[in-house]
Structure formats: structure tokens, C-alpha cells
Design a protein around this ligand. Structure first.
Ligand SMILES: *Cc1c(COP(=O)(O)O)cnc(C)c1O
Length: 389
């Protein structure tokens, strides 16, 4: 049996797959098992932030694999300490807690916010307000946090204590605040929800509400973090400082990592045995993340992400059939005039462009170091595909 047949026979069908088995890649190019080339503007959903098999990243990861591959969290780890230091020094946060995925990072953030409130105010003050059309993960608790009804099926009972407000409607947030509220959790740009860029005044007003009621403001930066929006973290575009952020996808450059960062107010809330994970802060994974940050956490690099985003948007808007484009840096949503985004994406893949969707939009999350020529090529394939349908 070939790869596709084996997959269909032995792997649970939790994803609708494109009809491609990818075998190798370099930069923005991927190759399938028949040697066919694809231009990838999806980066494994924003994970391969420096593209496939970046030379410096491969060197950092393989060197670490040859040194020490795993250490339990009962021992100190050079790579993890260094990564936490960089993340804190580049932001206002003071402490990090590592995990292996976005959902886990959000679990950590939720536990942290609830324990802060429990320690200070006692039991019962545990509700968290999230936004409609958000996405926060697939664990039973992060499904609860996700503000979309279709995620709240089958797996009952879900974790209690999540309330859903409307994005960009501060009154709908205010209405949900009570003496039971402990935190507000938002994505500043809703990724899976359709690349919805929140209004800056709304985000600032949420920060103010959190200050007034001593609520922890948690910003989910799982998709938006690590340079994706042209800032190291997306919240910087909104002139606020969250109490907690979570980050995952692009951080490891292709290896599984999640991190929850908190400010001084919350830094001593977690104590031994309140949280943990066997694989968390794996040295190889952290070596990958340290390399990614050594490239991405640089003003010139981040400014280029902004410029490439603008360049891409201008070109996309000229395509016949594109209705509008929403982007912040290289997080890009493309609204089509009439065609179904999913059908277009499948056709693009057939035509050699790996692209994904978000709700009814096409979505691009290209490697942050994509070249202008490659952006041109991506636009050309999308244009040809749209005109041929
Ligand atoms: C992908 C995503 C998650 C979940 O991350 P996993 O690594 O799949 O668990 C959570 N929040 C946001 C905003 C995401 O985009």
C-alpha cells in the first residue's frame, strides 16, 4: 500500500486531507512522493516560520539532538532557560511555562488565571469571557473556550465557566462581567475564525475593563505570535500589554512547542505540582525555537514582514474574483467574490500552490522569509486558478 492508502486504512479521519503526500521541502518549496514541486504559502498552518529545512535551523536542531535529546523537568535545561530569557527580555513578561502545543499553552493560561483569582479572592470567581468566532484548541477545556457553537457538540460534559462576547462590541463584554469573572481571553486577530482583525479601540477597552475589575487579560498568540503579524507578538499592534499570552505554532520552526508567558503580577501563582508536562521544554524543540527567535526577533526582519504583507495584499487585490483582502503582516485572509474558497484551495493545490482556508476565506500564512519572487509566483498561480474555474 502507498502512503495515501495506508493513511486511509490506519489513521483516524480527523482531517479532510488534500490529495498530496509531501515528502521533502526546502524554503517555500515542497515536493510530493512523485517529485512534483509545490509552492507552500501555508507553512503547515503557520508552523514552518522559516520555511522547510532552513539551514541554520537544521544545524541548531541536529546539534542539540546529538548532545542531549530530552531532560525531565526535574533538571535544569540550558536551551529552555535561554528560550525563556529571550521571550521575557523581548517583552514585558517575566516568566514562562512550556508545553507542547497551542491548546496546552491555553490550558496553562486558563489554570494560571483561575489560580490567581482563587488565591486572592477564594472560590467561585472563575469565569472566563472569550469571543464569538474565536478558536483556542481541541482539548475539552479549550473547546469550551472556543466561541463557536459547532465546537460544543458530542464531547459532553464540557468544562464550565466560559461566556462568549461579541468581538468589537465592548458592551457585550461588559454585560458578561460579574463578581464571578476572573479573565478575558482574546485573539487580537482571529485566525481560524476568518482572519478577523479586532478593532484597536475595542482591544484597548478590554484592557481597561480588565484593569478596573482585576481580571487577567489573556491574549492567544498561538497563530499570531513570533513575527507573523510584523511584530514579535501581535498585541504590540494594539498598544496594550496583556497579563498572559500563549504562543505555539511558529515558535519552534516546525517542532511542537507551546508556551504561556505571564507578567510580574502572576509570576508566582504556579508552584511545584500545579502544572507540568513530561515533554515540555524539550531541548531539541527549544533549540529550534531559539534559532527561530535569533532570526525573527529583529526589527529589520519584522519590518520586512510588514512590507511583504503590504506587497502581497496589493497584488492580491488586483486579481479578478478577489473581493477583499484582510492582513496583518503575513497573516492574510482573501475574501472571494463568488467562488467557494475550499474548492479554489483544492484547485490551487492541484496547480502547485499549497494554500488553506479560514471559514469562507482563503488564507495564506507563508514562511516569514518568503521572497518577493515567490510571492509573485503564489499570486500568479492563484490568479490562473481563479480564472480557470
Ligand atoms: C492553532 C490554534 C490553537 C491550537 O493550537 P494546537 O497546537 O493545535 O493545539 C489555539 N489557538 C489559536 C489561535 C490557534 O490558531
Amino acid at each position: 500500500m502507498n502512503t495515501k492508502e495506508l493513511d486511509k486504512k490506519y489513521i483516524m479521519h480527523t482531517y479532510g486531507r488534500y490529495d498530496v503526500a509531501l515528502k521533502e521541502g526546502k524554503g517555500c518549496k515542497a515536493y510530493d512522493e512523485d517529485g512534483r514541486e509545490y509552492l507552500d504559502v501555508s507553512s503547515g498552518i503557520g508552523v514552518n516560520s522559516l520555511g522547510y529545512c532552513d539551514d541554520g535551523w537544521v544545524k541548531a536542531v541536529t546539534a542539540q539532538a546529538g548532545k542531549i535529546q530530552h531532560i525531565s523537568n526535574y533538571f535544569y535545561s540550558e536551551q529552555a532557560s535561554k528560550l525563556a530569557k529571550t521571550l521575557c527580555e523581548k517583552t514585558h513578561f517575566t516568566k514562562a511555562c512550556f508545553g507542547n502545543s497551542g491548546a496546552e499553552a491555553n490550558e496553562c493560561a486558563i489554570k494560571l488565571a483561575r489560580k490567581y483569582s482563587f488565591d486572592k479572592y477564594g472560590s467561585g470567581r472563575n469565569e472566563i469571557i472569550t469571543l464569538k468566532d474565536s478558536f483556542h484548541g481541541r482539548t475539552v477545556t479549550t473547546l469550551s473556550a472556543t466561541g463557536q457553537d459547532n465546537f460544543h457538540t458530542y464531547f459532553f460534559p464540557f468544562t464550565e465557566g466560559f461566556l462568549y462576547a461579541e468581538a468589537d462590541n465592548i458592551d457585550s463584554v461588559k454585560e458578561l462581567i460579574s463578581d464571578k469573572t476572573c479573565a478575558i481571553l482574546i485573539e487580537c486577530v482571529q485566525g481560524e475564525g476568518g482572519v478577523n482583525i479586532l478593532n484597536k479601540d475595542f482591544v484597548k477597552a478590554v484592557r481597561t475593563l480588565c484593569d478596573e475589575h482585576d481580571l487577567s487579560l489573556i491574549v492567544d498568540e498561538v497563530q499570531t505570535g513570533v513575527g507573523r503579524t510584523g511584530k514579535l507578538f501581535c498585541y504590540e499592534n494594539f498598544d496594550i500589554e496583556p497579563d498572559i499570552i500563549t504562543c505555539a505554532k511558529g515558535l519552534g520552526g516546525g517542532l511542537p512547542i507551546g508556551v504561556c508567558l505571564c507578567n510580574k503580577k502572576l509570576e508566582d501563582v504556579m508552584q511545584p505540582s500545579t502544572h507540568g508536562s513530561t515533554f515540555a521544554a524539550n531541548p531539541i524543540v527549544c533549540a529550534g525555537a531559539n534559532y527561530v527567535l535569533s532570526v525573527v526577533a529583529d526589527d529589520d526582519f519584522l519590518n520586512e514582514v510588514v512590507e511583504k504583507g503590504e506587497y502581497l495584499k496589493d497584488k492580491l487585490l488586483k486579481i479578478n474574483g478577489v473581493k477583499s483582502v484582510r492582513n496583518l503582516g503575513l497573516m492574510v485572509g482573501i475574501e472571494l467574490e463568488s467562488k467557494d474558497a475550499h474548492d479554489v484551495a483544492i484547485k490551487c493545490v492541484e496547480n502547485g500552490l499549497l494554500i488553506i482556508t479560514a471559514k469562507s476565506l482563503l488564507r495564506m500564512l507563508p514562511p516569514l522569509n518568503i521572497s518577493y519572487e515567490e510571492l509573485d509566483k503564489a499570486v500568479e498561480i492563484l490568479d490562473n486558478t481563479l480564472q480557470s474555474l
